[in-house]
Design a protein around this ligand. Structure first.
Ligand code: ADP
Ligand code: MG
Length: 404
């Protein structure tokens, strides 16, 4: 293990907006930042000291980071855990890549949650589907028989609601189902795909818990939690998040104890995010991400220590404190948002609101469902946060509200 030094070099695998925000925090402390991504224009690549253009699994490129950095982290899950575990013998790599083996796969992460006593939605016991008429028809009829509404997700590779099929048992037609599956087969270029079929819960709300695993200089392990964030999705993609402090999640302490146990068992350093559903006084695990999370973006302005700041400190073995909010807050994602130069009036409109912060990730193209930036709103009254976020949402997504 290399000893602590002030001029630290941090390597981040993945150059998206999470990497970019992580890099900003590392910069503030005078650290030197490497980022590895195949796209030289990726958000974090544009602003780091040392961009390495290579695929995420390029052994030579990761080895360069191993030689030249003091610590390595990653900002997404599309990394080969075995490769990182191998390199971990030479350099600290956080979070523990063992968690990646599990969090990459929706079946495995749900099994893990269940083992730690966290409820999961009902799972239909079929885990693979073949690109073959008979196999698809059998699955269709089996599911229809249940009379339950299901969501079918690929076990791996999905994000922002991608590669998911909503299966309303009463109404879905076979041809509709076949067509949706064929799109997934085409994207995966495989004849057999691992899936998870889970009951579609009619939840009262969704929330996420972001926690930070910390080992202090004496080797004592502890966790600091952010307050649960209440999340609203649109078409499977996060639209807005609120830090309400009023809508308390019941059984939170019990939940935190289970998360603590899980993280402790993985000797987990850095951020872990878990998404949950809340329904009739019961908490259901949805998915986990071993990294900072979109629902934690409001911590940048609303907390004394942001999620990115906590992560950088934790993985660099620096003292970490309990993060505290100093305001009510809300976050609105800018999804498929056109480039700023095409809509300068909208940016001005946003910035007219007091205590409203505009983030833009510098992505070259505004593709459909791509997260381009976000807005954070702070207010001393929660209902003011809600009013402003909803007003902004109507202005920015005006096309969605035309017929209302
Ligand atoms: P992703 O990796 O794309 O974020 P998720 O499993 O979190 O995948 O699904 C995205 C969103 O779809 C969730 O945040 C939720 O709004 C909705 N969703 C997913 N699974 C379920 C479910 N079992 N019941 C109800 N809604 C769900
Ligand atoms: Mg999700």
């Amino acid at each position: 293990m290399k000893n602590f030094k002030l001029k630290k070099t941090i390597g981040i695998i993945g150059g998206g907006q999470l990497g970019r925000m992580m890099a900003y925090e590392a910069y503030k402390m005078g650290f030197f930042v490497y980022v590895l991504d195949p796209d030289p224009d990726a958000p974090a690549m544009q602003i780091c000291h040392k961009p390495i253009v290579a695929s995420y699994d390029d052994e030579g490129a990761i080895f360069q980071m191993v030689k030249e950095c003091d610590v390595i982290t990653y900002e997404f899950e599309n990394v080969n855990p075995e490769l990182l575990l191998e390199f971990r013998k030479e350099i600290p790599i956080h979070p523990n890549p063992e968690i990646l083996k599990i969090s990459k796969n929706r079946n495995k992460e749900k099994e893990l949650a269940h083992r730690y006593g966290i409820s999961i939605p009902k799972i239909f016991p079929i885990r693979t589907v073949q690109n073959q008429k008979e196999s698809i028809e059998t699955l269709y009829h089996e599911l229809r028989k249940t009379n339950i509404d299901w969501i079918i997700k690929t076990a791996e590779g999905g994000y922002d609601g991608k590669f998911q099929i909503f299966f309303p048992s009463q109404t879905i037609t076979l041809s509709d189902f076949e067509q949706k599956l064929s799109e997934i087969f085409r994207a995966f270029k495989k004849d057999t795909i691992e899936i998870i079929i889970e009951e579609r819960l009619n939840f009262s709300f969704e929330f996420s818990v972001i926690s930070c695993g910390i080992k202090d200089q004496n080797g004592n392990y502890r966790i600091e939690f952010f307050h649960p964030f209440i999340n609203y999705h649109k078409d499977g993609i996060l639209r807005k998040t609120f830090l309400s402090l009023q809508k308390e999640v019941q059984f939170l302490e019990e939940l935190q104890n289970k998360i603590t146990q899980l993280m402790r068992d993985f000797d987990y350093i850095g951020l872990l995010t878990i998404e949950f559903f809340y329904k009739e006084n019961e908490i259901f695990f949805n998915e986990m991400a071993p990294r900072p999370h979109n629902s934690g973006h409001l911590t940048i302005e609303a907390y004394d220590y942001s999620q990115f700041h906590q992560h950088v400190r934790a993985i660099s073995k620096l003292p970490v404190h309990k993060p505290k909010p100093h305001s009510y807050a809300g976050m609105l994602n800018l999804v498929s948002f056109n480039r700023i130069d095409e809509q300068p009036y909208l940016v001005e409109e946003i910035l007219k609101y007091p205590k409203t912060y505009f983030h833009y990730y510098g992505k070259k193209e505004a593709k459909q469902k791509r997260k381009m930036g976000h807005i954070t709103v702070l207010q001393s009254e929660f209902h003011h946060v809600q009013t402003i976020i909803e007003e902004l949402e109507r202005k920015i997504y005006a096309h969605e509200f035309i017929n209302q």
